[in-house]
Design a protein around this ligand. Structure first.
Ligand SMILES: NC(=O)c1ccc[n+]([C@@H]2O[C@H](COP(=O)([O-])OP(=O)(O)OC[C@H]3O[C@@H](n4cnc5c(N)ncnc54)[C@H](O)[C@@H]3O)[C@@H](O)[C@H]2O)c1
Length: 282
């Protein structure tokens, strides 16, 4: 099916929104990038320029050509597709969906990059639940090929087909289908594992370095669980764990106190310069 999604509005210019804007622009589509926080879109464009320069060395597209297709916008603008990538907070996301519903044309599709919030909840904030869908990208977006496509009970087959075609044919991603359950497929498996690693560290069972080395060297994982939690962001990991706990009420999905205390202290991982490891320049 021809998806005809030529102009994409990306809302939220953090780690994920910037990466999504980059891959959409690299695919030849026009991108409008919105984030209400001062400096956020500027930082995203700088990160994009660095990432594109590295990719260009390996045969990627000319960075200037890609960046030319990205415009930072100070408010939501009409587009064929919105991809929302704001903080993992159901109220903030519902608000973005309400606003986008009022701004996008009636045929526009509203997608969320949420890691765990039910797509049905976001659809309920709009008057077009048949055109609301989950598009869950993976971090770093320009490198990792997977997109989980999550259709709610009300998402139309046409919306699902157009979004799948956009992710595969246009962005060159691999799509897996997930039901609309907290955590979808990947985080429902991954987050309990990350929480177990935090509990191991918290109880003094093993050091951070040994936990991570065990999984990297012993299981050939590219990153250990604590380094991966730092990459995802401790706040995002906690938010996903809370959604999983809310949905399934299983004790192993409860946030370990060490994780919540670190989030309270602003130790969010790579994005804040300190998490289980330090990322501050020496
Ligand atoms: N970090 C990951 O590995 C990862 C992977 C897949 C999906 N996700 C999901 O992507 C989303 C964003 O995560 P992130 O890691 O990019 O977080 P982040 O903290 O890097 O970025 C969030 C951005 O949202 C912006 N924001 C907050 N409120 C907003 C609003 N009302 N309108 C527009 N922008 C707003 C913030 O200014 C910030 O730039 C979350 O839903 C998260 O669960 C994250």
């Amino acid at each position: 099916m021809e998806h005809e999604l030529g102009h994409v509005l990306v809302v939220g210019a953090g780690q994920m929104g910037g990466g999504i804007a980059q891959v959409v622009a690299a695919s030849g589509r026009r991108v409008s990038l919105h984030d209400p926080y001062p400096g956020a879109t500027g930082r995203a464009l700088e990160t994009m320029a660095r990432s594109l320069a590295k990719l260009a060395e390996k045969g990627g597209p000319e960075p200037a050509d890609v960046l030319e297709r990205v415009s930072a916008v100070t408010e939501l603008v009409p587009a064929d597709l919105m991809i929302e990538a704001v903080v993992e907070d159901a109220d903030v996301k519902a608000d973005v969906f309400r606003q986008a519903d009022a701004v996008l044309p009636p045929e526009g599709i509203l997608a969320s990059n949420t890691s765990s919030i039910p797509i049905g909840t976001l659809a309920a904030a709009t008057g077009r639940p048949d055109r609301v869908i989950g598009m869950h990208f993976f971090n770093p977006v320009p490198i990792l090929k997977l997109v989980e496509v999550i259709s709610s009970l009300l998402t139309s087959a046409e919306t699902t087909a157009r979004v799948r075609s956009f992710a595969t044919d246009t962005l060159g991603k691999r799509v897996i289908a997930s039901p609309d359950r907290a955590g979808f497929v990947v985080n429902a498996l991954l987050i309990p594992y990350l929480l177990s690693a935090v509990r191991m560290l918290e109880s003094g069972f093993a050091s951070a370095e040994d936990i991570d080395s065990g999984m990297v060297i012993g299981c050939a994982h590219p990153l250990g669980p604590l380094a991966l939690t730092d990459l995802i962001g401790l706040d995002t990991t906690q938010a996903v764990a809370e959604s999983l706990y809310e949905e399934f009420k299983e004790p192993h999905l409860a946030t370990p106190p060490l994780l919540s205390r670190m989030v309270q202290a602003g130790l969010l991982g790579r994005k804040s310069g300190q998490g289980f490891y330090s990322y501050k320049a020496a």
